[in-house]
Design a protein around this ligand. Structure first.
Ligand code: SF4
Length: 351
C-alpha cells in the first residue's frame, strides 16, 4: 500500500471521497480497488493502475490448528518484518490460568521496528540485529493484512486486540508508534478502541512519560523479566541506563495520570529468574495495587531453557500468597516461532 500516492491522486477529488475511501480501505478492508463499489469506475481504474493495495506476505500456520499464524511481510524496500495473529476463539485452552482463556479473542501482535537494536539476551529478534524503524503506515499495514484475512474467511471474526509486542522496542520509534496508534483508534479510519491496544516496553522511561501525557489511553506493559537491576542488566543490556527505581517512578506517574493498571511481563527462564527467592524479590517490587504480573512460559531460542510448568505454578503461588495479582499466559505458536521473543528467530530458514 502507498497512502502518500493515494493522497496525491485524491487531491482534486471532493471531500466526501475521502470518507468513501476510508470506509473501503479501513472498515470494509478491500484488497483490490474493483471492490470499492462506491467509487466512480474511472477513479477505481486509475487507483488500480497507480496505487496498488497489495501487501506482500508469506503465511505460516500451526499444524492442524487455528491457534496462531505468522506472516512475513515484505516492505517496499525489501525489508522483511513479522506479525502474528493469535486466534483463541473456540479453542480448547490449557489448564494454565490466563485472563484470556474464557473469552476467546483474535489478537494481533505487530512489529514497530525491523529487527531491534537492544539485543536482549533471551530474544531472537535482538540476536538478529537492527535494520530500521517502521513508518506508521508499515505498522498499521500489519493490522490491515490480518483484518483482510479474517474477512476473507467469511466467518464474521474480527480483530479484538492489538499488541505492540512484535519486533522492536516501540518507544525507540515513538513518533511513528503513536501515529499508528492514533490512526488505529481514529473513528474515521480503523476505529479500534484504545483499551484494545497495548504497548510493551523494556522500560524506556522517556517513552513511559510521553505515553502518560497522551490523550489516548492505551494499555501499558513493562517487559520486566528480572526482579533486580543486577540480573536485569544481564538479560536486558539497556537496563544499565534505566534502573528499576526510575522505571517504577515513571510507571507510577503513568498510573496516577491515567488510573490504568500496568502489566509486568515476566518470562520464566529455567535456572535464571525462576527461583523462590526471585519470586519473593518480585513480590517486593509490586507495591502498587494497579501492578499485575503476567508470567510467560519462555520459548527456547538459544542458550536459555524454559522453566518447568511446576516451577511456574510454585512461582505464581508465592506471588499470590504475597497478595500480587498474577496470571500465566498461554504460550502461543511455538511451532511457527511466533511466540514472545521468537520473532525473526528463524527468518533465514524461511526466506
Ligand atoms: S525483547 Fe524487545 S527490546 Fe529486547 S531485543 Fe527483543 S524486541 Fe528488542
Amino acid at each position: 500500500m502507498n497512502l502518500e500516492k493515494l493522497s496525491e491522486i485524491l487531491k482534486n477529488e471532493p471531500k466526501f471521497r475521502y470518507a468513501q475511501i476510508n470506509k473501503a480501505l479501513f472498515q470494509d478492508y478491500i484488497s483490490v480497488w474493483s471492490e470499492a463499489s462506491s467509487l466512480p469506475k474511472i477513479l477505481r481504474e486509475r487507483l488500480t493502475a497507480e496505487c496498488s493495495l497489495e501487501i506482500k506476505a508469506q503465511i505460516f500456520k500451526t499444524a492442524g490448528g487455528r491457534k496462531s499464524e505468522k506472516a512475513l511481510i515484505t516492505l517496499a524496500d525489501g525489508e522483511i518484518i513479522e506479525t502474528v495473529l493469535i486466534r483463541q476463539r473456540g479453542e480448547k485452552t490449557e489448564k494454565a490460568e490466563t485472563a484470556e482463556k474464557s473469552t476467546g479473542r483474535n489478537t494481533i501482535c505487530v512489529s514497530s521496528q525491523a529487527g531491534c537494536p537492544l539485543g536482549c539476551a533471551f530474544c531472537a529478534t535482538g540476536m538478529n540485529g537492527f535494520s530500521r524503524n517502521l513508518t506508521a503506515e508499515e505498522i498499521t499495514e500489519q493490522v490491515i493484512f490480518w483484518a483482510r484475512r479474517l474477512k476473507a474467511e467469511g466467518k464474521g471474526e474480527k480483530i479484538d486486540n492489538i499488541v505492540f509486542m512484535g519486533m522492536g522496542e516501540p518507544f525507540l520509534n515513538y513518533a511513528e508508534f503513536i501515529k499508528a496508534v492514533k490512526f488505529l483508534n481514529n473513528p474515521e479510519t480503523m476505529n479500534i478502541g484504545a483499551r484494545r491496544l497495548s504497548v510493551s516496553t523494556v522500560g524506556l522511561t522517556e517513552g513511559i512519560k510521553r505515553l502518560a501525557g497522551e490523550k489516548i489511553q492505551i494499555n501499558l506493559a513493562l517487559s520486566l523479566h528480572a526482579p533486580n537491576d543486577t540480573l536485569r542488566r544481564e538479560l536486558i543490556p539497556v537496563a544499565k541506563k534505566y534502573p528499576l527505581r526510575e522505571i517504577f517512578k515513571a510507571i507510577d506517574n503513568y498510573i496516577s495520570r491515567t488510573g490504568r493498571r500496568v502489566m509486568m511481563e515476566y518470562l520464566m527462564i529455567k535456572g535464571v529468574n525462576d527461583s523462590d527467592k526471585n519470586a519473593l524479590e518480585l513480590a517486593d517490587l509490586m507495591k502498587n495495587p494497579l501492578y499485575m504480573v503476567n508470567l510467560i512460559p519462555y520459548n527456547a531460542t538459544g542458550k536459555f531453557k524454559p522453566a518447568d510448568r511446576e516451577r511456574i505454578a510454585a512461582f505464581k503461588k508465592i506471588l499470590e500468597d504475597e497478595g500480587v495479582p498474577t496470571t500465566v499466559r498461554l504460550s502461543f505458536g511455538t511451532e511457527i516461532a511466533a511466540a514472545c521473543g521468537q520473532l525473526r528467530g528463524k527468518r533465514k530458514g524461511y526466506v
